[in-house]
Design a protein around this ligand. Structure first.
Ligand code: MG
Length: 315
């Protein structure tokens, strides 16, 4: 148990990692409204989108418009990172005034090849000019490492490779790395081993965990990571985003579930559950489906909110 009850940081990834894994493409105005509701709920780091090729990920093709459509006060006050895969993406991000970017790679050669069409080394080399340009402009950089706990093509991934790739990203000036359990195969004992190893090499505040609930272990993994000292977690409102590697399965852990856990433990996240529910219900209403999150469903009942997406605010 952590000796001091400190604040937990939740990084909301629903508008990017969530929506890019949903089949239905959401209108730019609705994405903007969703992000506003998330910020009003108290989330201070909200991923906005991804400057990737529109033919690769059509759900993210309007990231420039979405970012440009957010209120200036939000851009000054909150962290609103956008993913950029290369210099082209970086330039597009800069053209609309993005202040924080995220670079993403994995520790599996097969996954990297299929996902971004580059070896791990090639992806890191692509980031070098981006990181230099970002540093010159004083743009904050977040790092993502997928398949940190397992790969859909290679099975187990190597802890040594994880540390090496993390080192490279830190050399590029990233302020933190989000370690992704891309296919939701991590389990608490593995999480403890990985975090124990990572914290021998890096500062705890540089580490964020990104768990998926594919097999129902996201919350157990979050608790295991917390017990090892991790205080920052990625989560997606209502559990937005399925798992691209398991049809019909759940993907990102739901922000409501994470919030519920830490509320019960008496830890502060700065997030208001009722307002978060409004944000989730708004976007699930647009997707015309219900949130798979247990905490979402329970609190929606408790607060007598409609669970089917009708009568959503702003809809
Ligand atoms: Mg994810």
């Amino acid at each position: 148990m952590n000796p001091n009850k400190m604040n937990i940081r939740i990084v909301e990834v629903g508008a990017r990692d969530g929506l890019q894994n949903e089949k239905k493409v959401i209108a730019s105005a609705d994405k903007i409204q969703f992000i506003k509701l998330l910020i009003e709920a108290g989330l201070s780091t909200v991923e906005v989108g991804s400057f990737v090729r529109a033919d690769k990920i059509p759900q993210m093709k309007d990231t420039a418009q979405v970012y440009a459509g957010l209120p200036d006060e939000f851009k000054k006050k909150y962290s609103l990172p956008c993913l950029v895969p290369n210099m082209k993406g970086f330039d597009s991000a800069m053209s609309v005034g993005v202040r924080e970017i995220a670079l993403f790679t994995s520790i599996s050669e097969s996954f990297n090849e299929k996902n971004i069409g580059a070896s791990i080394e090639e992806s890191l080399e692509r980031f070098r000019p981006v990181a230099l340009a970002a540093m010159k402009k004083e743009i904050k950089i977040r790092g993502y490492i997928s398949t940190a706990f397992g790969c859909p093509y290679e099975g187990e991934t190597s802890l040594d490779t994880l540390k090496k790739v993390a080192n490279r990203l830190f050399d590029y000036g990233v302020y933190e790395i989000s370690f992704g359990d891309t296919i939701g195969v991590a389990h608490p004992e593995q999480v403890k081993t990985v975090v124990q190893e990572l914290k021998r090499h890096f500062d705890l505040y540089q580490l964020t965990m990104h768990f998926h609930d594919t097999y129902g272990l996201a919350m157990a993994n979050i608790y295991a990571a917390y017990e090892e000292g991790i205080l920052s977690f990625d989560a997606s409102a209502g559990g937005l985003g399925g798992c691209p590697f398991a049809q019909g399965a759940t993907g990102n852990v739901a922000t409501e579930d994470v919030l519920h856990l830490f509320m019960k433990m008496g830890l502060s996240t700065g997030v208001d559950m009722q307002k978060l529910l409004l944000a989730s219900q708004f976007i699930f209403g647009k997707l015309k489906r219900t949130s798979p999150s247990k905490a979402h469903q329970a609190y929606a009942n408790k607060y007598s909110l409609k669970a089917k997406g009708q009568a959503c605010p702003g809809s």
